[in-house]
Design a protein around this ligand. Sequence first.
Ligand SMILES: *Cc1c(COP(=O)(O)O)cnc(C)c1O
Length: 356
Amino acid sequence: MLDTFAIDIEPVITSRIGEMDPDRLEFGKLFADHMLTAEYADGEWQAPRIRPYGPLSISPATSALHYGQAIFEGQKAYRQADGSVAIFRPQANWQRFNHSAERMAMPTIPEDIFVQGMRELVRQDASWVPSRPGSSLYLRPYMFATDGFLGVRPSATYHFGIITCPVSAFFGQPLRVRFEQKYVRAAAGGAGYAKNAGNYGAAMLPSSLAQREGYHQLLWTDASEHQYVEESGAMNVMFVIDGVLVTPALSTSILDGITRRSVLELARDWGMPTEERRVSSREIVAALGQGKLQEAFGVGTAATIAPIAIIGHEGHDYTLPEVPADAFSRRVGAALEAIRTGQAPDPHHWMVPVQG
Ligand SMILES: *Cc1c(COP(=O)(O)O)cnc(C)c1O
């Protein structure tokens, strides 16, 4: 990282922090005072700026709106036990952002704009990082094509930005999910591994249909056979089968989640056997029948760990066993929270302080 990196900062005149109620933080609604922006033109990134959060002005022909060159990231900054602020694994998000950019024929972004810019932005809005247990400042880097041109080709200009919003602990109920065996989130060779906007738009109809049937979200299966588990909603999915942590192996249709990666690393630290491989819906239903499926849960930045209580398969709802207090998913959720808030050692150096 560059020590000499300096960003032009235009601070707000009046902070809106009085609008923040730490007891009532709705995800994605209230944004902190500042945003970071950088423009790509003439084949290079122009100097990033930090300025008051506010609207952007774009052409109606903006190519991202028509042809979908748009990607994003999702990550969090946490209040530390000593009052300082640190970001969880920002380099990992930066690398994934660039993989998404490459897949969408967009320019990659240098580490100093993404990571250093993010640290600078969070430092500027440090008072917006909530301190209640489980709360954090959610960080949303994004990039979209800005050419005002209707020809179908990669844009020559792009906008990169980071906006942030305070979020509280995620107290969702245990999830009701069902295997999706008609619609497809992503096919092999497609862009499912990228965090590009179109993946989410295309998932909304099938997800709403499942919600009308009383499920919270879907367990996506592979595009060719509708047999192998891929992800759950916009989270990776994990199972504990007979004491083994099992999760679908990464592929071009699965997002390489940083929570997934971190949970696997902690499980290995603890000596728990892990398997990254294909997992079929039949295997899950059979393991349920034999009493071998101990836990199923989604993993992602928003919820960290989202336990699954019910799995629907071919018209039948299967109920998972109650999750005991010492279950793996609970222990790993607590361990991650302790590392993220500086209450436990950080042997993998996941936390990056915004100061210094
Ligand atoms: C972002 C995302 C995840 C989770 O990734 P994290 O880095 O753990 O937040 C999983 N699946 C999809 C489809 C996603 O968009």
